[in-house]
Design a protein around this ligand. Sequence first.
Ligand SMILES: *Cc1c(COP(=O)(O)O)cnc(C)c1O
Length: 369
Amino acid sequence: MNSPQKLPTQVIRQDVQSMHAYAIQDSKGMIKLDAMENPHRLPLDLQAKLGQRLGALALNRYPDNRVNDLRHALAAYADMPEGFDVMLGNGSDELISLLALACDVPPSVDNGFKVANVLAPVPGFVMYAMSAQLQGLAFHGVPLTADFELDEAAMLAAIEEHRPSITYLAYPNNPTANLWNDEVIEKIIEAVGQQGGLVVMDEAYQPFSSKSYIDRISRHSHVLLMRTLSKFGLAGIRLGYMMGPKALIAEIDKVRPPYNISVLNCECALFALEHQDVFAKQATELRTQRAQLLTALAHMSGVQVYPSDANMILVRVPDAQKTFDGMKIRHVLIKNVSKMHPLLANCLRLTVGTAEENQLMLTALQESL
Ligand SMILES: *Cc1c(COP(=O)(O)O)cnc(C)c1O
């Protein structure tokens, strides 16, 4: 008998060994309001139609030019301007990783032996920092102001100091759910442009937002606009897309694995865009639900509620852990973001669900304060 073998974990990077795996909360039997998912499924007739279509696909073949049909459908859906192109990712998470990969210019005499930098306001979406760290780029988080607005002076100073290759602006931001001041955004975009960097406007929450950057994107040659079908209603299929000037997208697209969008993802996405009115109705309903939730939360004593342009609402409570635990016992799963950043002390993030779910959530919250 061989002695038990020692696993060769020493070949794994030390920083990876000290990392925690991305935690997905167990949601069995819970009202799931933790991940900004659309609570609505496809209507039954569309489920049957989609099933037929997926069943008939050539799963024995690698994905083919059908992905180009999807690229064109997404461009039309998003009103992408002339001269721009769209690149697809297995969720925007993959696009964020691919951007880090594409911008990971090795240290050399020319850049003063420094690694490339990624900059983003914090608290923000965790993947910006994580993709940078894993790819060996330096991440610089610039704190928002106490009311979660961009700190203009701090952002401009950080751009000057770090000359970031990539600056992320989530519009609206996660987990704070707000849009930022457009004049400040313009100044940041100008400043990054002068340093020769890229700005990525991350519009993951576009279906719920009162504003988009799409009608301003063609004014700049260094701004990319990223979106996803996840919050739109298809978190399960994993499809993100990024739009930008043709020549720029062509460069970044070179690092994309050639078959990153499966034939199933692709066909599901095309099917959804053919029935985009169904999803638009769901988004309208969720915006109505959001308005009702905002009103109810504003009247709940002990709860401070922040404005939202997304399908989530950030609240501050007296004791976030206690409230989170209390809601969990009552089978309502939300996200405790209170440890993510000092600015989020005692904050919880609530995803907007159906009318019934929201009612149960409000009751559980009230009882758990
Ligand atoms: C959810 C989210 C994404 C990731 O979306 P996927 O397409 O599901 O990978 C990107 N950016 C922000 C700000 C998000 O909140």
